[in-house]
Ligand binder design. Structure first.
Ligand SMILES: Cc1ncc(COP(=O)(O)O)c(C=O)c1O
Length: 400
């Protein structure tokens, strides 16, 4: 037997062509991102909310899996006024990509280092209490500058945000801290995207949140006009213009999907993402053949199967096993058996001319057919946000 040793040395070839050293990102599986669609969605949303209202493009979680810098630039070109991210690092990434507009960090930064970094990069932190406000003030005081902040108020999400009854007092304290500039006050809707039978309850609760927020603002008298007031996510933005206030923060709709049933196409939103993967092997098998881990699928006829190089390590949930299809030249082919870490199998018996190397569209549009994140959500118990954010870095993002 040949001796295999961990000490064996790898010797690179001297004459390897560049294309082999750095393989084509579309060799295996990839996410295609359409910048024009994002720009269109930003423009359409801007028109929808009207001139009096600002548009914040929410590009957290790597732009909902589309690539944060790509999406941010396209959204700004389409007319978005500012950007929202979840973390400090996401904000810094955008600054490093050369983006200069206002960026609000929607998560809570808790220590001096993080807030100092946020100050350094000109990122606006969200403040839910006086503790972080004092740290911000100390940082800005040292530099004899102002630190722009937004105050978050909890109107019913029960996550971040100060209590309603504390708002006036916190603002009074913030006003006392001379190096702070309170530029915004906001809250977040908890039920605006519920399409289910609970619709009337969710609509009511959204109104309750709006009323609570307005009441807090009214208690501030003229002072309320000095900052940007914002409340609505995509669902709030699309469902009720009384939720628009001075600015809306849109995520899902920027990417071309509506959280409300059948409303996306109404205003001209275009999905911006296609997930594609190539056939790497084809095999013909007899009737009764078990396929993949656990043999979750057994052929019921003589079948032609295509192995496709994408799996749950790329972000296609195993919960979708045997439930999804892919589009090949406008025709749907069913996925069969368990979705594995790196591969899944499609039954192409009815499309026997598919060859090794053919690209299948798992999510998105091709030849007049569309598969949406909502369809995957309905099949797996995920939500569209989770489907989009689930695509891993192993899938190259190709901008078109
Ligand atoms: C505070 C905040 N605002 C706005 C959004 C955007 O929400 P959507 O993607 O539903 O538009 C999010 C997303 O989770 C959020 O956390």
């Amino acid at each position: 037997m040949r001796n295999i040793s961990a000490n064996q040395k790898f010797v690179p070839l001297g004459d390897t062509p560049k294309s082999v050293i750095k393989p084509n990102p579309c060799n295996r599986a990839w996410v295609e991102v359409n910048k024009k669609a994002i720009k269109n969605n930003s423009k359409v949303l801007k028109e929808f909310i009207g001139k009096e209202c600002l548009l914040m493009a929410v590009v957290k979680a790597d732009g909902y899996g589309h690539g944060a810098a790509t999406v941010a630039k396209a959204a700004l070109l389409g007319g978005a006024d500012s950007l929202g991210v979840a973390t400090l690092e996401e904000g810094i990434e955008l600054r490093k990509a050369g983006i200069k507009c206002q960026i609000l960090i929607l998560g809570n930064l808790i220590n001096w280092d993080e807030l100092y970094s946020s100050f350094h990069w000109g990122l606006i932190p969200t403040i839910s209490g006086i503790r972080e406000a004092i740290i911000c003030n100390n940082i800005a005081e040292r530099h004899k500058k102002k630190f722009a902040i937004h105050l978050k108020v909890d109107t019913g999400m029960t996550r971040l945000g100060c209590n309603l009854e504390d708002v006036s007092q916190i603002i009074r304290k913030i006003d006392f801290l001379k190096n702070l500039s309170l530029e915004g006050i906001y809250s977040h809707l908890a039920l605006a995207d519920q399409n289910s039978t609970e619709e009337s309850f969710s609509t009511n609760f959204t109104q309750i949140q709006r009323d609570r927020f307005n009441k807090v603002l009214n208690n501030l008298g003229e002072r309320k006009k000095s900052f940007c007031r914002h409340l609505a996510n995509s669902a709030g933005t699309l469902s009720d213009d009384r939720l628009h206030l001075d600015m809306v923060r849109v995520g899902l709709s920027l990417y071309g999907y509506s959280p409300l049933n059948n409303c996306a196409s109404d205003i001209g939103l275009q999905p911006a993402l296609n997930v594609k993967a190539r056939v790497t092997f084809i095999r013909d098998v007899p009737d009764g053949t078990g396929v993949g881990y656990g043999h979750l699928f057994k052929t019921k006829r003589k079948s032609r199967l295509a192995v496709v190089a994408i799996g749950y390590a790329d972000g296609v949930s195993r919960a979708l096993s045997g439930k999804i299809s892919a589009i090949v030249d406008g025709v749907l082919v069913p996925q069969v058996g368990a979705i594995a870490m790196d591969q899944m199998v499609f039954d192409i018996t009815n499309q026997p001319n598919i060859k090794v190397g053919k690209a299948l569209t798992l999510l998105g549009s091709d030849g007049g057919k569309t598969i949406s994140p909502q369809q995957w959500s309905d099949l797996s118990g995920l939500i569209p946000w989770e489907v989009l954010c689930g695509f891993k870095n192993r899938l190259p993002r190709i901008t078109i």
